[in-house]
Design a protein around this ligand. Structure first.
Ligand SMILES: Nc1ncnc2c1ncn2[C@@H]1O[C@H](COP(=O)(O)OP(=O)(O)OP(=O)(O)O)[C@@H](O)[C@H]1O
Length: 239
Protein backbone atom coordinates (compact mmCIF):
# COMPACT_ATOMS: atom_id res chain seq x y z
CA UNK A 1 0.00 0.00 0.00
CA UNK A 2 1.54 3.29 -1.15
CA UNK A 3 2.58 5.48 1.83
CA UNK A 4 1.27 2.88 4.24
CA UNK A 5 2.50 -0.37 5.73
CA UNK A 6 1.80 -3.74 4.23
CA UNK A 7 2.71 -7.13 5.68
CA UNK A 8 1.99 -10.41 3.89
CA UNK A 9 2.26 -13.95 5.20
CA UNK A 10 4.94 -13.10 7.74
CA UNK A 11 6.13 -15.99 9.89
CA UNK A 12 9.04 -16.19 12.29
CA UNK A 13 10.42 -18.83 14.64
CA UNK A 14 13.05 -18.79 17.38
CA UNK A 15 14.32 -22.34 16.95
CA UNK A 16 11.34 -24.58 17.61
CA UNK A 17 9.23 -21.72 19.04
CA UNK A 18 7.01 -20.15 16.38
CA UNK A 19 6.49 -16.50 17.38
CA UNK A 20 4.53 -15.28 14.31
CA UNK A 21 2.30 -17.34 12.06
CA UNK A 22 1.23 -16.08 8.64
CA UNK A 23 0.65 -12.49 9.76
CA UNK A 24 -0.88 -10.21 7.12
CA UNK A 25 -2.32 -6.67 7.25
CA UNK A 26 -2.51 -3.48 5.19
CA UNK A 27 -2.44 -0.12 6.96
CA UNK A 28 -3.20 3.07 5.03
CA UNK A 29 -1.74 6.53 5.47
CA UNK A 30 -3.59 8.91 7.76
CA UNK A 31 -4.67 6.23 10.19
CA UNK A 32 -3.84 5.39 13.79
CA UNK A 33 -3.58 1.64 14.09
CA UNK A 34 -3.20 -0.05 17.46
CA UNK A 35 -1.56 -3.45 17.60
CA UNK A 36 -2.95 -4.94 20.78
CA UNK A 37 -1.62 -8.16 22.22
CA UNK A 38 -1.02 -9.74 25.63
CA UNK A 39 2.50 -10.59 26.83
CA UNK A 40 4.16 -13.07 24.53
CA UNK A 41 1.75 -12.43 21.63
CA UNK A 42 4.59 -11.60 19.22
CA UNK A 43 4.53 -7.77 19.21
CA UNK A 44 8.26 -7.32 19.83
CA UNK A 45 9.07 -9.93 17.21
CA UNK A 46 6.94 -8.07 14.69
CA UNK A 47 8.63 -4.76 15.59
CA UNK A 48 12.07 -6.38 15.17
CA UNK A 49 11.08 -7.67 11.74
CA UNK A 50 9.67 -4.29 10.65
CA UNK A 51 12.88 -2.53 11.72
CA UNK A 52 15.09 -5.29 10.26
CA UNK A 53 16.69 -6.24 13.55
CA UNK A 54 15.41 -9.69 12.55
CA UNK A 55 14.90 -10.98 9.03
CA UNK A 56 12.04 -13.34 8.26
CA UNK A 57 12.79 -16.22 5.94
CA UNK A 58 9.27 -15.98 4.52
CA UNK A 59 6.72 -13.25 3.92
CA UNK A 60 6.81 -9.68 2.64
CA UNK A 61 7.01 -6.26 4.31
CA UNK A 62 6.39 -3.08 2.32
CA UNK A 63 6.96 0.34 3.89
CA UNK A 64 5.50 3.20 1.84
CA UNK A 65 5.50 0.84 -1.13
CA UNK A 66 9.15 -0.24 -0.75
CA UNK A 67 10.00 -3.89 -0.22
CA UNK A 68 12.08 -4.19 2.96
CA UNK A 69 14.02 -7.10 1.50
CA UNK A 70 14.80 -5.71 -1.98
CA UNK A 71 14.82 -1.95 -1.28
CA UNK A 72 15.91 -1.85 2.35
CA UNK A 73 17.32 1.70 2.30
CA UNK A 74 14.22 3.24 0.74
CA UNK A 75 11.93 1.21 3.00
CA UNK A 76 13.79 2.08 6.23
CA UNK A 77 14.12 5.70 5.07
CA UNK A 78 10.32 5.92 5.09
CA UNK A 79 10.06 4.51 8.61
CA UNK A 80 10.25 6.41 11.92
CA UNK A 81 10.65 4.34 15.07
CA UNK A 82 10.14 4.99 18.77
CA UNK A 83 11.54 2.04 20.69
CA UNK A 84 10.30 0.90 24.07
CA UNK A 85 13.61 1.68 25.79
CA UNK A 86 14.51 5.39 25.85
CA UNK A 87 17.67 6.18 23.90
CA UNK A 88 18.20 9.91 24.51
CA UNK A 89 21.47 11.33 25.81
CA UNK A 90 20.41 12.85 29.15
CA UNK A 91 23.30 15.32 29.25
CA UNK A 92 22.51 16.88 25.88
CA UNK A 93 19.73 19.37 25.25
CA UNK A 94 16.62 18.41 23.33
CA UNK A 95 17.96 20.24 20.25
CA UNK A 96 21.39 18.59 20.54
CA UNK A 97 19.82 15.14 20.73
CA UNK A 98 17.87 15.80 17.56
CA UNK A 99 20.87 17.34 15.79
CA UNK A 100 22.94 14.28 16.67
CA UNK A 101 20.33 11.98 15.13
CA UNK A 102 20.11 14.19 12.01
CA UNK A 103 23.88 14.00 11.53
CA UNK A 104 23.85 10.23 12.06
CA UNK A 105 21.26 9.91 9.32
CA UNK A 106 23.23 12.19 7.01
CA UNK A 107 20.37 14.64 6.58
CA UNK A 108 21.42 17.71 4.53
CA UNK A 109 23.21 20.02 7.01
CA UNK A 110 21.65 23.26 5.85
CA UNK A 111 18.09 22.17 6.50
CA UNK A 112 18.67 20.59 9.92
CA UNK A 113 17.73 23.54 12.22
CA UNK A 114 14.46 24.06 10.34
CA UNK A 115 13.69 20.33 10.45
CA UNK A 116 14.30 20.28 14.20
CA UNK A 117 12.04 23.29 14.78
CA UNK A 118 9.29 21.73 12.68
CA UNK A 119 9.50 18.36 14.44
CA UNK A 120 9.47 20.03 17.89
CA UNK A 121 6.49 22.16 16.87
CA UNK A 122 4.55 19.05 15.90
CA UNK A 123 4.96 17.72 19.44
CA UNK A 124 4.50 21.04 21.26
CA UNK A 125 8.15 20.88 22.42
CA UNK A 126 9.71 23.94 20.75
CA UNK A 127 10.00 25.94 24.00
CA UNK A 128 11.94 23.05 25.59
CA UNK A 129 14.54 22.90 22.81
CA UNK A 130 17.43 24.31 24.85
CA UNK A 131 16.73 22.29 28.03
CA UNK A 132 18.83 19.30 28.99
CA UNK A 133 16.86 16.08 28.64
CA UNK A 134 17.79 15.14 32.23
CA UNK A 135 15.60 18.03 33.48
CA UNK A 136 12.50 16.88 31.56
CA UNK A 137 9.74 14.67 32.94
CA UNK A 138 9.03 11.26 31.38
CA UNK A 139 6.27 12.57 29.11
CA UNK A 140 8.43 15.33 27.64
CA UNK A 141 11.32 12.90 27.13
CA UNK A 142 8.96 10.64 25.19
CA UNK A 143 7.79 13.58 23.10
CA UNK A 144 11.42 14.41 22.35
CA UNK A 145 11.91 10.86 21.08
CA UNK A 146 8.82 11.21 18.94
CA UNK A 147 10.08 14.49 17.46
CA UNK A 148 13.40 12.80 16.73
CA UNK A 149 11.61 9.97 14.91
CA UNK A 150 9.94 12.54 12.64
CA UNK A 151 13.10 14.42 11.60
CA UNK A 152 13.62 12.55 8.34
CA UNK A 153 9.97 12.94 7.40
CA UNK A 154 8.89 9.30 7.54
CA UNK A 155 5.63 8.09 6.01
CA UNK A 156 5.14 5.33 8.56
CA UNK A 157 5.68 5.71 12.31
CA UNK A 158 6.17 2.65 14.47
CA UNK A 159 5.88 2.97 18.25
CA UNK A 160 6.67 0.02 20.51
CA UNK A 161 4.67 0.37 23.74
CA UNK A 162 5.58 4.07 23.88
CA UNK A 163 3.73 4.85 27.12
CA UNK A 164 5.47 2.31 29.34
CA UNK A 165 6.44 3.97 32.63
CA UNK A 166 4.46 7.19 32.05
CA UNK A 167 1.82 8.61 34.37
CA UNK A 168 -1.81 8.84 33.24
CA UNK A 169 -1.65 12.49 32.13
CA UNK A 170 1.51 11.95 30.07
CA UNK A 171 0.02 8.80 28.51
CA UNK A 172 -3.05 10.76 27.44
CA UNK A 173 -0.93 13.61 26.03
CA UNK A 174 1.30 11.28 24.00
CA UNK A 175 -1.68 9.31 22.69
CA UNK A 176 -3.37 12.56 21.61
CA UNK A 177 -0.21 13.84 19.89
CA UNK A 178 0.18 10.63 17.94
CA UNK A 179 -3.47 10.73 16.84
CA UNK A 180 -2.76 14.25 15.55
CA UNK A 181 0.15 12.87 13.53
CA UNK A 182 -2.20 10.32 11.94
CA UNK A 183 -4.60 13.18 11.10
CA UNK A 184 -1.66 14.93 9.41
CA UNK A 185 -1.27 11.93 7.07
CA UNK A 186 1.16 9.55 8.76
CA UNK A 187 0.50 5.83 8.93
CA UNK A 188 0.84 4.94 12.62
CA UNK A 189 1.43 1.50 14.11
CA UNK A 190 1.22 1.71 17.91
CA UNK A 191 1.86 -1.49 19.85
CA UNK A 192 0.33 -1.83 23.29
CA UNK A 193 -1.20 -4.21 25.77
CA UNK A 194 -3.34 -1.41 27.27
CA UNK A 195 -6.89 -1.26 25.95
CA UNK A 196 -7.53 2.27 27.26
CA UNK A 197 -5.06 3.70 24.72
CA UNK A 198 -7.28 2.64 21.82
CA UNK A 199 -10.15 4.80 20.53
CA UNK A 200 -13.31 3.51 18.91
CA UNK A 201 -12.47 4.94 15.49
CA UNK A 202 -8.89 3.59 15.52
CA UNK A 203 -7.97 0.66 13.35
CA UNK A 204 -7.32 -2.29 15.62
CA UNK A 205 -5.14 -5.34 15.04
CA UNK A 206 -5.26 -7.95 17.76
CA UNK A 207 -2.30 -10.30 17.93
CA UNK A 208 -2.54 -13.43 20.04
CA UNK A 209 -0.18 -16.39 20.10
CA UNK A 210 1.51 -15.12 16.96
CA UNK A 211 -1.65 -14.76 14.88
CA UNK A 212 -3.93 -11.88 13.97
CA UNK A 213 -7.22 -12.72 15.68
CA UNK A 214 -9.08 -9.48 14.78
CA UNK A 215 -8.55 -6.65 12.31
CA UNK A 216 -10.97 -3.77 11.84
CA UNK A 217 -12.46 -0.65 13.36
CA UNK A 218 -12.22 -0.84 17.17
CA UNK A 219 -15.85 0.15 17.79
CA UNK A 220 -17.10 -2.57 15.42
CA UNK A 221 -14.84 -5.19 16.96
CA UNK A 222 -15.81 -4.57 20.59
CA UNK A 223 -19.54 -4.21 19.86
CA UNK A 224 -21.55 -3.65 23.06
CA UNK A 225 -18.72 -4.64 25.40
CA UNK A 226 -15.83 -2.52 26.61
CA UNK A 227 -12.64 -3.23 24.67
CA UNK A 228 -11.07 -4.45 27.88
CA UNK A 229 -13.84 -7.04 28.48
CA UNK A 230 -13.82 -8.11 24.83
CA UNK A 231 -10.03 -8.48 24.80
CA UNK A 232 -9.90 -10.48 28.04
CA UNK A 233 -12.68 -12.78 26.89
CA UNK A 234 -11.13 -13.43 23.48
CA UNK A 235 -7.58 -13.95 24.67
CA UNK A 236 -8.70 -16.22 27.53
CA UNK A 237 -10.96 -18.23 25.19
CA UNK A 238 -8.10 -18.72 22.73
CA UNK A 239 -5.54 -19.70 25.39
N1 LIG B 1 14.98 -14.94 21.72
C1 LIG B 1 13.95 -15.75 21.87
N2 LIG B 1 14.12 -17.09 21.93
C2 LIG B 1 13.07 -17.92 22.08
N3 LIG B 1 11.79 -17.53 22.17
C3 LIG B 1 11.55 -16.20 22.13
C4 LIG B 1 12.61 -15.24 21.98
N4 LIG B 1 12.07 -14.00 21.97
C5 LIG B 1 10.74 -14.19 22.11
N5 LIG B 1 10.44 -15.50 22.19
C6 LIG B 1 9.09 -16.08 22.32
O1 LIG B 1 8.34 -15.69 21.20
C7 LIG B 1 6.99 -15.37 21.57
C8 LIG B 1 6.68 -13.92 21.17
O2 LIG B 1 7.49 -13.04 21.98
P1 LIG B 1 7.48 -11.45 21.83
O3 LIG B 1 8.54 -10.94 22.74
O4 LIG B 1 7.54 -11.11 20.40
O5 LIG B 1 6.03 -11.11 22.40
P2 LIG B 1 5.44 -9.70 22.91
O6 LIG B 1 4.03 -9.64 22.43
O7 LIG B 1 6.34 -8.61 22.50
O8 LIG B 1 5.46 -9.86 24.48
P3 LIG B 1 5.81 -8.75 25.62
O9 LIG B 1 4.66 -7.79 25.64
O10 LIG B 1 5.89 -9.60 26.84
O11 LIG B 1 7.12 -8.13 25.24
C9 LIG B 1 6.88 -15.61 23.07
O12 LIG B 1 6.37 -16.91 23.26
C10 LIG B 1 8.32 -15.53 23.53
O13 LIG B 1 8.53 -16.36 24.68
Amino acid sequence: MQDGLSVKNLSFSYGAKQALKQVSFDLPKGRFCALLGPNGAGKSTLVSLLTRLLVAPKGEIRIAGHDLRGEANAALGALGVVFQQPTLDLDLTVRQNLAYFAALHALPRKGIPARIDKALDRLGMRERAEEKVRTLNGGHRRRTELARALLHDPKVLLLDEPTVGLDAASRMAITAHVHDLADQGLCILWTTHLTDEVRDDDRLLVLHQGQIMADGCTGDIRGERSLSDWFLEQTEMAS
